[in-house]
Design a protein around this ligand. Structure first.
Ligand code: FAD
Length: 506
C-alpha cells in the first residue's frame, strides 16, 4: 500500500474548491469584508457586522486615528471638536437614540449676540430677523405649494439677492440706521448660510433640497466629552470599556487605499504602501471629496456614468474652525458672538491688519461667522469661518490667525469687555487640504437638476450572481440625512444590513 501525501499546492486547491462550493451553495456565512475608512459610517458598518458574527473583517484607515470627520481633541479643560460638533435633532436621529439613556447631550444656546465694528452690541432683533430670513430661503423638495417669492429660482444666492433689500426695508422702515447696518450685515448672513451647507458660494446651494431635519433640538452638544463619544458607544467602549468590541483589533491605521480592482469572483485592494488585500466584499466610506478627486484612479473597472454624474453634481465644500485657548475667561460664556463690519471699517482692515488671505479687496477676517464659547471648557473660544477663502485660511500660520482674531476681538469687544488677553494656545481644522477628506460635508448643488443623486451614489456594484462586490456608505450617500453624523451612521448600518440580509437569504 502506498501512502499518497498531497502536495501543498493540491491542499490549497482543495480548500479553494470547498470554499467555492460552500460559497456557491450559500454556506459561507463568514465572508471576508474590507471596510475602507474608520469614520462614523465605517465604524457603524463594522460594529453591526461584528455583532452579527461577521468577524472576518478589516477596516483600512488612511489617517493615524479613527473617527474621520469626527475629531475630538483634548484642549483646555475638556474635548473640542475639529469636525462634527452637534447632534442635530432628537426624533428619528440615530445618534440621539443611541445615547439618550446616558444623559450626556446638552442644549446649546445658539442665539447670537451681534456686535458692530464701532464696538456696540446690536439689538437682538437684528440677529433674530437674519436667522428668520435665512430659514425662509430654503424650501423642501416635497413642497408642492406655489411659492410667491423665490418660486422660480434655483439657488439660495438668487433668492437672497432678490429678497434681502425688500424684506429688511419693510421690516425696519422707520429706522434708517438699522437699515444701513442690516445692509452691511448681508455678507455675514451669506456666511451664516454657507456654514450650514459648507459651500463656497450661496449661489451654488440648491434652494430646494432633499435634506430632512430631525425634529427637536438641532444643537445638542457633548458637554465637553466630544462627538467621539458616539464612536465609543458603537464600539461598546462607553459606558463600560471592558465590553469593547474586539473589532477594534482589526482596524489598520495609516493604510491608504489607492486602487480597488473587482470582477465577478473577487476584490483586490491595493494600498499606498504596496500591500494588497483580497476580500469578498468591500464597503467604501471615504468622503465625496475623495471620490471627486480620485474615483478614476480608485476603481477598476471605472464607475458607471450615472455614478460619476452623482459624484460630480453633489456639492462638497469646506468650513473651518480656529480654536483659541486663553489664560483666563474674558468673555460672556452664555452665548456665541458674531461681528458685523461697517462698510468703512471693512475697508480699513487691510491697512489696520493686512496679514492673511485677501480676495477682491476683502480680508479673510470678514469670513468669520461666529465665535462660540466651548462647552464645559471655560477658557476656550471656537471660531467658525466659511466661504471661498477657507482653503487659503487653512494654510495660514497660527501666528497670523491668532493675531487676526485678536484684532477682531479688540475692535468689536474692546469697549464692552475688560481684560481681553492674547491666547496661549491655538488649533485649527484643515479639512479641505487633507487629501483624505478634501472638504467638510456634502450639500445639494443648485447646478444639479437631477433628483435622487445620493441614492445613485449609494448603489452597490454587483457581480453577475447578484452578490454585492463594492458597497458605498458615508454621509453623502444618505438620501435625506446627508452632511451629518447621523446620516453617516445610518448609511453604515444600511450597508452592513445589506450584507447581513444577503447572507440570510443565500
Ligand atoms: C468642520 C465640520 C463640522 C461638522 N459639524 C457637524 C455637526 O455639527 N453635526 C453633524 O451631524 N455633522 C457635522 N459634520 C459632518 C460630519 O462630521 C460628517 O458628515 C461625518 O463625520 C461623515 O462621516 P463618514 O463616515 O461619512 O466620512 P468620514 O468621517 O470622512 O470617514 C471616512 C474615512 O475614510 C478615510 N479615508 C479617506 N480616503 C481613504 C483611503 N484612500 N484609504 C483609506 N481610508 C480613507 C478617512 O480618513 C476617514 O477616516 C461636520 C463636519 C466637519 C468637517
Amino acid at each position: 500500500m502506498s501512502l499518497i501525501r498531497p502536495s501543498e499546492m493540491s491542499v490549497k486547491c482543495i480548500i479553494l474548491l470547498v470554499t467555492n462550493l460552500l460559497y456557491t451553495y450559500g454556506l459561507n456565512k463568514n465572508p471576508s469584508i474590507l471596510i475602507i475608512g474608520a469614520g462614523p459610517s465605517g465604524i457603524a458598518a463594522a460594529s453591526r457586522l461584528w455583532k452579527n458574527n461577521f468577524t472576518n473583517l478589516k477596516i483600512l484607515e488612511a489617517e493615524n486615528r479613527i473617527g474621520g470627520r469626527i475629531h475630538s481633541v483634548k484642549f483646555g479643560d475638556a474635548y473640542v471638536d475639529l469636525g462634527g460638533e452637534w447632534c442635530h435633532g432628537e426624533k428619528g436621529n440615530i445618534v440621539f437614540d443611541m445615547v439618550k439613556q446616558y444623559d450626556i447631550l446638552r442644549h446649546t444656546n445658539a442665539s447670537i449676540q451681534m456686535y458692530y465694528s464701532n464696538g456696540t452690541l446690536l439689538d437682538q432683533k437684528i440677529y433674530n430677523g437674519m436667522a428668520e430670513f435665512a430659514k425662509s430661503m430654503y424650501a423642501s423638495l416635497n413642497n408642492t405649494e406655489i411659492e410667491e417669492k423665490c418660486g422660480n429660482l434655483s439657488s439660495i444666492g438668487e433668492c437672497v439677492d432678490s429678497q434681502f433689500n425688500s424684506t429688511f426695508a419693510e421690516l425696519y422702515q422707520n429706522d434708517s440706521d438699522l437699515q444701513t447696518i442690516v445692509t452691511e450685515a448681508k455678507g455675514w448672513l451669506e456666511g451664516y448660510i454657507l456654514g450650514y451647507d459648507s459651500a463656497f458660494t450661496i449661489h451654488d446651494i440648491a434652494r430646494k433640497s432633499a435634506y430632512e431635519q430631525c425634529e427637536g433640538d438641532l444643537g445638542l452638544n457633548w458637554n465637553g466629552r466630544g462627538y467621539k463619544t458616539i464612536l465609543e458607544v458603537m464600539l461598546q467602549q462607553y459606558p463600560d470599556p471592558t465590553q469593547s468590541l474586539a473589532v477594534t483589533n482589526n482596524i489598520i491605521l495609516n493604510k491608504e487605499v489607492t486602487r480597488i480592482i473587482w470582477n465577478n469572483s473577487a476584490n483586490h485592494v491595493l494600498c499606498l504602501d504596496n500591500t494588497t488585500y483580497a476580500a469578498d466584499h468591500v464597503i467604501f466610506t471615504a468622503s465625496l471629496g475623495v471620490l471627486k478627486a480620485s474615483h478614476e484612479s480608485l476603481f477598476q473597472p471605472a464607475l458607471s456614468d450615472e455614478m460619476v454624474r452623482a459624484i460630480k453634481n453633489i456639492g462638497f465644500g469646506a468650513i473651518m474652525k480656529i480654536i483659541l485657548h486663553f489664560p483666563h475667561t474674558w468673555w460672556d460664556t452664555s452665548q456665541p458672538y458674531a461681528f458685523i463690519w461697517s462698510a468703512a471699517d471693512r475697508k480699513k482692515i487691510l491697512t489696520e491688519f493686512g496679514k492673511g488671505p485677501v480676495r477682491n479687496g476683502r480680508s479673510w477676517l470678514t469670513e468669520n461667522l461666529s465665535f462660540i464659547p466651548a462647552e464645559n471648557n471655560p477658557k476656550v473660544l471656537i471660531g467658525f469661518f466659511a466661504g471661498e477663502m477657507v482653503p487659503e485660511i487653512e494654510q495660514e500660520s497660527n501666528e497670523v490667525l491668532s493675531a487676526g482674531c485678536m484684532y477682531m476681538f479688540r475692535k468689536f469687544l474692546g469697549r464692552t469687555h475688560n481684560n481681553i488677553t492674547d491666547p496661549d494656545d491655538i488649533i485649527k481644522s484643515r479639512w479641505y487640504s487633507n487629501p483624505h477628506f478634501r472638504g467638510t460635508y456634502s450639500y445639494d448643488s443648485a447646478k444639479n437638476t437631477e433628483q435622487g443623486l445620493q441614492n445613485k451614489l449609494a448603489a452597490p456594484l454587483l457581480r453577475k450572481s447578484g452578490d454585492p462586490a463594492i458597497q458605498f456608505a458615508g454621509e453623502a450617500t444618505h438620501p435625506y440625512h446627508f452632511s451629518t453624523v447621523h446620516g453617516a451612521i445610518e448609511s453604515g448600518f444600511r450597508e452592513a444590513d445589506r450584507l447581513i440580509h444577503y447572507y440570510a437569504q443565500h
